[in-house]
Design a protein around this ligand. Structure first.
Ligand code: HEC
Length: 314
């Protein structure tokens, strides 16, 4: 029965692991109802309309704090991108992409004859403009926290499965408590305190929201120090320096879609999923031709093998 011991230890560890996960940590992020199109067969389907709306959300809401320095405006118009158009196979010619780029002013690589910087409208080949000149400025504007670059955020946060990262962004953006769930009261010493009340039978208590951070059940962290209830049933998640960004109607969609919190969270997550791997559609669309080529090559090799060895006993 020697093998039983490691088995029991393993199962015990698993049980502890599972309950530890249930007791604390961040809430597991959820894909939107119906799932992501790109997580279905055939692989790599993106919703172009949704990506266009997602870009609008990024541009009008997120870009004031978050850069996307791995992206060039040109990427937006490449095959699989939000503004790809068959009429302009070369994204540099795409008038929409040119117009989007031209809205930004960037510093030219070559200074003028006095060595002073020259500013000009961006062209499709320029990378997305950064919101802050450096990390210090970014932190100073955000109470000490650094808004991460969003170029590959869906790759950085997912657990590996297709769509995980997008589900995280979607859940996080939509997961903040609503405006009236965050209450406030005056303490005897005259200070105002923000707090949330929980009472679902198991989690019963009050969660104090410290100044300058915001509660979100999907953000990895620890709520124990702010929790008045039973520590075994503390609320999921933690506090982050980013306030809720997407109240209903935060943007006005150009295509007339109603801009609910869930819709904007979906669209921006779709856009960021694409941005994390802008060549995915091109790459994935190569899979079938490559398989056909390999099958034909195998048949050909089989017959040449037969032919080359036909007079040799082996
Ligand atoms: C006012 C500035 C501001 C705006 C606008 C903003 N964010 Fe943030 N964001 C932050 C800061 C600051 C952090 C870092 C929070 C922390 O680490 O406590 C952050 C963090 C994040 C994170 C990372 C969370 C993690 O797991 O570490 C994501 C994802 C994110 N923001 C997405 C967005 C999206 C999408 C938008 C637009 C809809 C947006 N943000 C708009 C300031 C902002």
């Amino acid at each position: 029965m020697k093998f039983l011991r490691p088995l029991i230890i393993g199962l015990g560890a698993l049980a502890i692991g599972l309950t530890a996960d249930a007791a604390g940590g961040a809430k597991k992020s959820k894909a939107p109802e119906g799932g992501w199109p790109f997580a279905k067969v055939p692989a790599g389907q993106l919703d172009q309309q949704s990506m266009q709306r997602g870009f609008q959300v990024y541009k009008e809401v997120c870009a004031s704090c978050h850069g996307m320095k791995l992206l060039s405006y040109r990427n937006l118009g490449e095959p699989g991108g939000p503004f790809y158009d068959d009429a302009y196979p070369n994204a540099n010619d795409n008038p929409l992409v040119k117009a989007i780029a031209a809205e930004y002013e960037v510093m030219d690589a070559t200074p003028d004859e006095f060595g002073d910087p020259v500013f000009r409208p961006a062209i499709p080949a320029d990378t997305f403009r950064e919101p802050y000149p450096n990390e210090q400025a970014a932190r100073a504007a955000n109470g000490g926290a650094l808004p991460p670059d969003l170029s590959v955020i869906t790759k950085a946060r997912g657990k590996g499965a297709e769509g995980d990262g997008a589900s995280y962004v979607y859940s996080l953006m939509k997961g903040y408590p609503s405006f009236d769930e965050v209450k406030f009261r005056e303490e005897p010493n005259g200070e105002f305190v923000n707090y949330l009340e929980f009472d679902d039978g198991e989690k019963v208590g009050e969660l104090i929201q410290p100044i300058g951070v915001y509660y979100n059940p999907y953000f990895a962290g620890d709520t124990a120090p702010q929790w008045s209830g039973d520590p075994r049933h503390k609320p999921y998640g933690g506090f982050l320096a980013m306030p809720a960004q997407l109240p209903d109607g935060r943007v006005e969609y150009m295509d007339g879609t109603e801009a609910t919190t869930a819709q904007m969270a979906y669209d921006v997550a779709m856009f960021l999923h694409w941005a994390g791997d802008p060549k995915q559609v091109q790459r994935k669309s190569l899979a079938l031709p490559v398989m056909i080529y390999l099958v034909l090559l195998s048949i050909l090799l089989w017959f040449s093998y037969k032919r080359i060895w036909r007079n040799v006993a082996h």
